[in-house]
Design a binder for this molecule. Structure first.
Ligand code: GLA
Length: 391
């Protein structure tokens, strides 16, 4: 068990003033449509990122993390830019944003720890961004709402880190609530919390354990293709984003798109948005089996039209379809590896884990990991005495 307070004391020879926590997320349905103005349905999960933090008077920003050996010590200055691919670029990007707004921070001693698998598509980056922003807002009493925090974290990811992500992840880790799915309209940012009552089922997260390479550049490529599709359709269709266009209108005007890959991307986006709307109604009626069918359909579309799945994720979903105690499964997050989610009968979870593990190992050659996920609350400060027991 990790005692982040004790570790902080050891490393900085003083007590942490605060401990904050920010979760990771899974997305139940609505993939790759947040940056197209669509509706998505993420939930915050129980795993996430912790930050033990104190101010210092030496005007130095100290970044340490229990998961990585790389550390940074930077003199407080007016602005920073991303250097290399180190983990501390994420909190540094957030601090840079506050400095640019002339919301001055003092020196800080920081110790991070995450129990999310890193780079597994569970939003470890949104988690650490929102965590840092929330901590600074609380400690320096900046006048910012949770929505401001989510938007600023997205901006950091877009501009400082260089990934053109949408708002889904940052919003989910900021606004998550226990046993609730967030139905978020990414165009208007209106949202609704839907009870996510899995009844006899569990939400299993299955990590492919595939190292994701080039995921960011492929993500940015999909983003650009959606922009190209919209631009072509706009010659005849009046729309601000792809998700405003209904299927019939798309069918009528799809000939305007000349690149077949771009056409497929647009078809995924538009049909996925329709699936989210149907899925939301089904969830409200607690029709989990029908909801599960839409998860499978979403996966199929991500595999064939959006082409962001891969043999690892497909193998998991293929197994789930054959397994009796599973009603739905799909890749979650950006794809290109990462995690799948599945709705699995509680009493069959042990069998499921055993069988999916060996099925995957036989086909792919290495092991996956499976865990049942709690749907938890969003970013928050932890009370000092609850922390050690939690991690
Ligand atoms: C990543 C991005 C999100 C979203 C998903 C795909 O997680 O950060 O904004 O686009 O991929 O749905």
């Amino acid at each position: 068990m990790v005692d982040i307070k004790e570790e902080f004391q050891k490393r900085y020879q003083k007590k942490a003033e605060h401990i904050f926590f920010s979760p990771g997320r899974v997305n139940l349905i609505g993939e790759h449509i947040d940056y197209n103005g669509g509706r998505v349905m993420p939930c915050a999960i129980g795993l996430g990122t912790y930050l033990a933090i104190s101010k210092n008077t030496d005007k130095i920003l100290r970044f340490q993390c229990l998961n990585f050996k790389e550390t940074a010590e930077l003199h407080l200055q007016n602005s920073y830019s991303k250097t290399g691919k180190e983990w501390f670029n994420y909190p540094l990007g957030v601090i840079d944003h506050f400095l640019a707004q002339e919301q001055l921070v003092s020196g800080l001693d920081m110790l991070f720890y995450g129990n999310l698998p890193i780079g597994a598509g569970l939003s470890s980056s949104a988690s650490i961004e929102v965590l840092t922003a929330f901590a600074l807002v609380e400690m320096f009493e900046f006048d910012m709402s949770k929505l401001d925090i989510a938007l600023l974290s997205k901006k950091v990811e877009n501009e400082f880190i260089g990934v053109n992500c949408g708002i889904m992840d940052q919003f989910a880790v900021a606004f998550g609530e226990k046993n609730k799915a967030i139905l978020l309209n990414c165009d208007t940012l209106d949202y609704e919390l839907l009870p996510f009552d899995t009844g006899d089922y569990l939400l299993a997260i299955i990590n492919t354990n595939k190292t994701r390479s080039l995921a960011d550049s492929k993500y940015n490529e999909r983003f650009a293709q959606c922009g190209a599709a919209l631009k072509a359709l706009k010659k005849e269709v009046d729309a601000n984003n792809l998700c405003e266009i209904d299927i019939e209108t798309f069918q009528k005007h799809r000939h305007l798109i000349h690149d077949p890959a771009v056409e497929k991307r647009a078809l995924h986006v538009i049909s996925e948005n329709v699936r989210v709307n149907t899925a939301a109604s089904l969830l409200k009626e607690n029709k989990l089996k029908e909801f599960g069918e839409l998860m499978y359909a979403s996966h199929q579309s991500l595999k064939e039209l959006y082409e962001v799945s891969g043999v690892e994720l497909d193998t998991i979903v293929e197994f789930c379809k054959k397994f009796d105690g599973c009603v739905g499964a799909r890749m979650t997050g950006a794809g290109f590896g990462g995690c799948a989610i599945a709705l699995v009968k509680k009493e069959m979870m042990t069998d499921f884990t055993k069988q999916v593990t060996s099925y995957y190992k036989n086909k792919i050659g290495y092991e996956l990991s499976v865990f049942a996920s709690e749907i938890g609350d969003g970013v928050r400060e932890m009370s000092m005495h609850s922390v050690a027991a939690k991690i």
